[in-house]
Design a protein around this ligand. Structure first.
Ligand code: DX5
Ligand code: ZN
Length: 224
């Protein structure tokens, strides 16, 4: 479970072409597909409801990794699970009862993830680690693609890696991942790298080659 996985965020894809975009980026080497759900309340942007997620699910051949940036979250878990999410990640800051939220996610048949905003201490997940399959360390403030990587979070990843120990829990990095920043978080212990703008830049459904080049550039940077 420590093998490097690249999870392109469709927030940077062509919104009029999700099916074809997802198939193209998978054919170009994506390991997981990352879906950013925003509610205009927990974060200052709006994106994908459950029916849209159910629609794109048919075009995803791999893991559908759904990042819920919504508050409250519990009332929507069943709907996103029914839409076909394999992993549902909720923010610890979305409260008020993260422990209950994570129980509900597993109860709905999904793998459970918990996400941490850049300003949240890593200790916030201390008593949740035995009920999660993934911890997402946000390396930008959530809400938008194309922001600058926050370097202070590398230390958080290192501390999280030590807290997790031998437990089979993914460490996912989300925000500002590029061939320059990826090796820093990989070395600190991350195994899943979400990347939106760095994967989709320069390519399109008609010209998907750059997606593959971009994914390989991130992987290669981590190999060294
Ligand atoms: C930000 C989202 C990210 C975003 C990453 O709120 O959670 O998944 O799409 O985009 P980049 O890789 O461009 O920072
Ligand atoms: Zn995300």
């Amino acid at each position: 479970s420590r093998a490097l996985k690249i999870a392109p965020s469709i927030l940077s894809a062509d919104f009029a072409n999700f099916g074809a975009e997802i198939e193209a980026v998978e054919a170009q080497g994506a390991d997981w597909i990352h879906v950013d759900v925003m509610d205009g309340h927990f974060v200052p942007n709006l994106t994908f409801g459950p029916p849209l997620c159910a629609g794109i699910r048919k075009h995803i051949g791999t893991v559908m990794d759904v990042h819920l940036m919504i508050s409250p979250v519990d009332a929507y878990i069943e709907a996103y699970a029914a839409a076909g999410a394999d992993i549902l990640t909720a923010h610890v800051e979305a409260g008020p009862h993260s422990h209950r939220t994570l129980q509900a996610i597993r109860g709905a048949g999904c793998k459970a993830g918990v996400a941490l905003n850049p300003g949240t201490p890593v200790e916030a997940v201390d008593y949740l680690l035995d009920m999660v399959d993934l911890v997402c360390v946000m390396t930008v403030n959530p809400g938008f693609g194309g922001q600058k990587f926050i370097h202070s979070q590398i230390d958080k990843v290192r501390r999280l890696r030590a807290m997790i120990g031998d437990r089979p829990i993914h460490i996912e990095i989300d925000g500002g991942v590029t061939p320059e920043t990826a090796p820093l978080v990989r070395a600190a212990g991350a195994d899943v790298l979400v990347a939106g703008s760095a994967v989709f830049k320069g390519g399109s459904v008609a010209n998907p080659g750059p997606y593959g080049d971009n994914i390989r550039a991130i992987r290669t940077a981590c190999d060294t």
